[in-house]
Design a protein around this ligand. Structure first.
Ligand SMILES: Nc1nc2c(c(=O)[nH]1)N[C@H]1C(S)=C(S)[C@@H](COP(=O)(O)OP(=O)(O)OC[C@H]3O[C@@H](n4cnc5c(=O)[nH]c(N)nc54)[C@H](O)[C@@H]3O)O[C@H]1N2
Ligand SMILES: Nc1nc2c(c(=O)[nH]1)N[C@H]1C(S)=C(S)[C@@H](COP(=O)(O)OP(=O)(O)OC[C@H]3O[C@@H](n4cnc5c(=O)[nH]c(N)nc54)[C@H](O)[C@@H]3O)O[C@H]1N2
Ligand code: SF4
Ligand SMILES: [Mo]
Length: 770
C-alpha cells in the first residue's frame, strides 16, 4: 500500500481511452421518436443540459413554430424526470429570448475594465486576439500563468480541461471557489473511504424506475445539509424523494432550517451550522452501543473498525447534543431508527463541503452508512460510475483529452503545492491562485479564460479581494450568456454562449444514463456552444496530428467512439441506460482487476484511512469546531453573536442566474436573510426591513424575512445577488458589492485545501434606518 496516494480509480475517474468496449443497454428504444409534428408545431425531444444553468439534464419536449421556441414541457417518457420540470425550465423562454442575451463576440480596451465600452467584433477577430495574447503570455511567463476556470458543473464539466490542455497550463478548476467546496470534498472523502462516489438509490439506474422489480425503496433517507426538492442537485431530483416516500420511505433530516422535507421527517435534527461531523460520529457511537451495527458487512468488507469503535466512544449523544444544539433523545431515536432499518441511504448536500473541515464531515457521514451495511443493496448507497465509461460528461478529467493535444509541459507547477490532498487529486487550489494573483508568489497569474463562471458575484468568497485581482491581470476572456458583473469588471474579450435549445451535445453528468442534446432553434445572433468554442479556439494551439474531428457532430462522435453510439444514433434514442447490478463489491465489479471489495488502498471500506496520515491528519474522522463559531471564537462572538449560513438554494434562481427572468424574479424579488422572530425582536427588526449583515471580513445588506423555521441563534442569507436591471454605466458593476454575502466569507480552505466556510460564519445584524 502506497500511503497518501489516491489513485484515479479511487477518484472514480476512469480515462476514456481505457474504457471497456460497448456496455449492454437496458432500455428498448423501439417506437421512441426524437421529433414529430403536432398541432402545427415541430416537437423536438431533448435533454435540458445547461445553460441556463443547472446540474441536471431533465427530459424536455420543445415546441417550435416558424423557427421560434413557443413552449417547453417535461418529457413524460424520460425516466429521469418523468415529465416534471422545475420553474426555471418552465421559464426557459424568458432567458433564451431575453433582450440582454450576449449575441456577438465583443472586445474592450484593457484600460476600460469596469466600463461598458464593449464593441462588437467578428469571431475571427476574437479568436485572433485570444491566440495572439495567450501565445504572448505563454512566451513571456509560461503557460502556467494562464488560469482556465469553470463555474459549477454545468455543461462545461469535463470539457474545460481540454481548453487548459490546449493552452498547456496545469491550472484548471473552479473559478475562486474557496476550498473547491462543491462536491470535490465529498468526492475526496468517498474516494478514501469507499474507493469512489456512491449515491442514494432511488431506482434512477433503471429505465422503468420505481416499477423495476429489483428496486426497493430505502426505509430511511437521511437528508443531510441538502434541500432536494428545491436544489435538485448533483443528479438527484427532489421528486425522486417524494416518489420513494409514496412507496414507504421515511425521512431523517439534518438542517438548521425546517425545510419542506424536514417538515415531513420522522426525526428532524436542527443542527447548529458546521457541527454535522459531531452528530454523525455520535450517531455511530449510539448504534455501536446499542449493538445495531452490521457485523457481517463490517467483518467481510471493512478495515479498521476496532479503532473506529474506540474512537467514537467520546462522541456520546449528550456531548453531541451540546455541540450541535439538538435534543439528546432525538439523536438516540435517530440512531435507533437508522440502526434497525432494513435499508437507509444518505442524501447529502453542499452544506457538508461548506464548513472548513467539510471533507471530514463527509467521511463521518459515510462511516455511518458503512457501519449499518448500507452499501450496494436496493435502497442504499450504490456506486456512481460514468455511464458507458463516458467520464467526460461526468467530471473534469484531463486524461480523456490525452490524444487531443500535447501533454501539459509542467504539470508539477499546478497551483496546489501547499496542499497534498489537492496534489493527490491533481486539482488546483483556488485559494492559492488568488494569493498568487495578489502577491505574484509562487508565480504570477497573468491571464484568465473563464467559462460559465460568475466569480465576483457568486463563486468566489471575498469578492472584495477577487475584483482587484482580476482587474490587474494582463488579459481576460469570459464566455457567458449575459453581461455579468464579472465580465463588466474584467473581460477584455467576451464570447457569447448558446443555450441548450440552440445547439447539439451529449449529457451524462449523472452516471445513470447517456443522453442527447438536440438543437431546436437557430442560435440567437452568433452564439456558439462552449464545446465548439473550446475546440475551435484550441485548434489554434495544436498541430494537425492532434486534430480528430471537423465539426460539432464529429466532436461528439469522437467522444462516443467507445460506447457503441454516435451522435446521430444517440439523438434518435434520446437516452440510453447501461446495464446495472447491485452488490458490485461482492462480484468484483468495483475494482479494476476484478478483485472483490472496494477500490481503496486496503480493498475494503476504510473506517481507518491510512492515506490521512500522509496528509498529517487523524486516520479516523474527528470533529473540529468551525474556525469562527461561538465556541471557537467567543471573543468574536461578542461582536458578531449570530451564526451565519449562506446560499440555501431557492426555487427561481440558479446561483447568480435568472435575476433577469421576470417570473423568477417575481417569486423572489430581493436579497433575503431568514431570521427567527424572537431574534429579530431582540434587534428591533421587523419583517421586510433592510438589514446590515456584518462580520470581521465585511458587510452587506439584505431584506429580513422573519420565520420560525430557523434556529434562534442562526441567520440564513441569500447568495449571488446582483441587479441586472441597473445601468451598467453607473459604476457599481450592477450593484454586485451591495448585497453580496460573500464579502463576509473568507477565501480560506480547510487544512488539506478542501472545504470552506460558506455555511459557518459569525455575524451581527442591524436594521438599516431609511
Ligand atoms: N434552485 C437552485 N438549485 C440549485 C442551485 C441553485 O443555485 N439554485 N445550485 C446548485 C449547486 S452548485 C449546488 S452545490 C446544489 C446545492 O444544493 P443543496 O445541497 O441542497 O444546498 P443548499 O440549499 O445550499 O443547502 C442545503 C440545506 O443545508 C442547510 N444548511 C445550511 N448550513 C448547514 C449546516 O451547517 N449543516 C446542515 N446539516 N445543514 C445546513 C440549508 O438550510 C439548506 O436547507 O444545488 C444545486 N441546485
Ligand atoms: N455565499 C455562498 N456562495 C456560494 C455558495 C453558497 O452556498 N453560499 N455556493 C457555491 C457553490 S456550491 C457553487 S457551485 C458556486 C457557483 O458559482 P458559479 O457557477 O460561478 O455561479 P454563477 O454565479 O451562476 O455563474 C455562472 C455563470 O455561467 C453562465 N452560464 C450559464 N449557463 C451557461 C452556458 O451554458 N455557457 C456559458 N458559457 N455560460 C453559462 C451564467 O450566465 C453565469 O453568469 O457558488 C458558490 N458560492
Ligand atoms: S432541475 Fe429544473 S432547471 Fe434543471 S434541467 Fe431539470 S427542470 Fe431544468
Ligand atoms: Mo455547487
Amino acid at each position: 500500500m502506497d500511503e497518501g496516494r489516491v489513485s484515479q480509480e479511487q477518484l472514480g475517474a476512469q480515462a476514456q481511452g481505457e474504457a471497456k468496449p460497448v456496455v449492454k443497454t437496458q432500455d428498448d428504444p423501439t417506437g421512441r421518436k426524437w421529433t414529430w409534428e403536432e398541432d402545427g408545431y415541430t416537437v423536438i425531444r431533448s435533454n435540458a443540459r445547461s445553460g441556463p444553468g443547472c446540474h441536471d439534464n431533465c427530459g424536455v419536449l420543445m415546441y417550435v413554430k416558424d423557427g421560434v421556441l413557443e413552449k417547453i414541457e417535461g418529457d413524460p417518457e424520460n425516466p429521469y424526470n418523468q415529465g416534471r420540470l422545475c420553474p426555471r425550465c418552465l421559464a426557459f423562454k424568458e432567458m433564451l429570448y431575453h433582450k440582454d442575451r450576449l449575441k456577438y463576440p465583443m472586445k474592450r480596451a484593457r484600460e476600460d475594465r469596469g466600463k461598458n465600452t464593449f464593441e462588437r467584433i467578428s469571431w475571427d477577430e476574437a479568436y485572433d486576439t485570444i491566440e495572439r495574447e495567450m501565445k504572448r503570455i505563454i512566451e513571456e511567463y509560461g503557460a502556467h500563468a494562464i488560469w482556465v476556470t469553470q463555474g459549477t458543473g454545468r455543461d462545461i464539466n469535463g470539457y474545460g480541461p481540454l481548453m487548459a490542455q490546449y493552452f498547456g497550463t496545469p491550472n484548471y478548476g473552479t473559478g475562486f471557489l474557496s476550498g473547491q467546496a462543491c462536491y470535490a470534498p465529498r468526492i475526496f472523502s468517498t474516494a478514501l473511504k469507499a474507493g469512489g462516489l456512491f449515491v442514494c438509490d432511488y431506482s434512477q439506474f433503471f429505465p422503468d424506475r420505481y416499477d423495476d422489480p429489483r428496486w426497493e425503496a430505502p426505509e430511511y433517507i437521511l437528508i443531510w445539509g441538502n434541500n432536494p426538492t428545491v436544489a435538485n442537485s448533483d443528479g438527484t431530483l427532489g421528486h425522486w424523494v417524494v416518489e420513494s416516500m409514496k412507496r414507504g420511505s421515511k425521512l431523517i433530516v439534518m438542517d438548521p432550517t425546517l425545510t419542506w422535507v424536514a417538515g415531513k421527517a420522522d426525526v428532524f435534527l436542527q443542527v447548529r451550522p458546521g457541527t454535522d461531523a459531531a452528530l454523525a460520529l455520535a450517531l455511530c457511537n449510539q448504534i455501536i452501543e446499542d449493538g445495531l451495527e452490521d457485523k457481517e458487512f463490517i467483518d467481510l468488507w471493512c478495515y479498521g473498525f476496532d479503532e473506529f469503535k474506540e474512537h467514537v466512544k467520546e462522541y456520546t449523544a449528550s456531548r453531541a447534543a451540546e455541540i450541535c444544539g439538538v435534543d439528546e433523545e432525538l439523536i438516540v431515536e435517530a440512531a435507533r431508527k437508522i440502526g434497525n432499518a432494513k435499508s437507509a441511504c444518505l442524501q447529502w448536500g453542499v452544506a457538508m463541503d461548506h464548513t472548513s473541515e467539510g471533507f471530514i464531515t463527509g467521511m463521518a457521514c459515510f462511516d455511518l452508512m458503512a457501519l449499518t451495511g448500507n452499501f450496494e443493496k436496493p435502497g442504499t448507497m450504490v456506486a456512481a460510475r460514468p455511464a458507458y465509461n463516458m467520464s467526460v460528461t461526468w467530471m473534469p478529467n484531463e486524461k480523456v483529452w490525452r490524444e487531443c493535444s500535447a501533454p501539459v509541459e509542467h504539470p508539477e507547477l499546478c497551483m496546489n503545492t501547499k496542499y497534498p490532498a489537492l496534489k493527490a487529486m491533481a486539482s488546483t487550489s483556488p485559494d492559492m491562485l488568488l494569493e498568487a494573483m495578489e502577491t505574484g508568489e509562487p508565480y504570477p497569474i497573468k491571464a484568465m479564460f473563464m467559462m460559465q463562471n460568475n466569480a465576483i458575484t457568486c463563486m468566489g468568497a471575498q469578492p472584495q479581494r477577487i475584483l482587484p485581482a482580476l482587474q490587474k491581470t494582463e488579459f481576460n476572456v469570459c464566455v457567458d450568456l449575459f453581461l455579468t458583473p464579472t465580465i463588466l469588471a474584467c473581460a477584455d474579450i467576451v464570447l457569447p454562449a448558446a443555450c441548450f435549445a440552440e445547439r447539439i451535445g451529449i449529457t451524462g453528468h449523472q452516471p445513470y444514463a447517456l443522453g442527447s442534446i438536440a438543437q431546436a432553434v437557430e442560435p440567437l445572433g452568433e452564439c456558439r456552444s462552449d464545446q465548439r468554442i473550446i475546440y475551435e479556439m484550441g485548434s489554434r494551439f495544436i498541430t494537425d496530428e492532434y486534430k480528430h474531428w471537423d465539426d460539432e457532430k464529429g466532436f461528439y462522435d469522437y467522444l462516443l467512439r467507445k460506447t457503441g453510439f454516435d451522435y446521430e444514433s444517440l439523438k434518435e434514442r434520446v437516452w440510453a441506460y447501461p446495464e446495472f447490478e447491485y452488490n458490485k463489491h461482492e462480484k468484483g465489479l468495483l475494482r479494476r482487476k476484478g478483485e472483490l471489495g472496494f477500490a481503496t488502498s486496503t480493498g475494503r471500506y476504510n473506517f481507518y484511512c491510512p492515506e490521512m496520515l500522509h496528509f498529517g491528519l487523524s486516520p479516523l474522522a474527528t470533529y473540529e469546531e468551525p474556525p469562527e463559531s461561538p465556541v471557537s471564537r467567543p471573543d468574536l462572538a461578542e461582536k458578531y453573536p449570530l451564526v451565519l449560513t449562506t446560499g440555501a438554494r431557492i426555487w427561481g434562481f440558479f446561483h447568480s442566474e435568472h435575476r433577469q427572468s421576470p417570473s423568477m424574479r417575481k417569486i423572489h424579488p430581493d436579497p433575503t436573510v431568514l431570521i427567527h422572530p424572537e431574534t429579530a425582536a431582540k434587534y428591533g427588526i421587523a419583517d421586510g426591513d433592510w438589514v446590515k449583515l456584518e462580520n470581521n471580513f465585511g458587510s452587506c445588506k439584505q431584506k429580513a424575512k422573519l420565520t420560525v423555521r430557523i434556529r434562534k441563534d442562526t441567520v440564513s442569507a441569500d447568495h449571488a445577488w446582483w441587479f441586472p436591471e441597473r445601468d451598467p454605466e453607473d459604476g457599481t458593476l450592477f450593484g454586485v458589492m451591495e448585497s453580496n454575502i460573500n464579502k463576509l466569507v473568507p477565501m480560506r480552505p480547510g487544512k488539506v485545501g478542501l472545504g470552506a466556510s460558506y455555511k459557518s460564519q459569525l455575524c451581527s445584524i442591524a436594521k438599516i434606518e431609511e
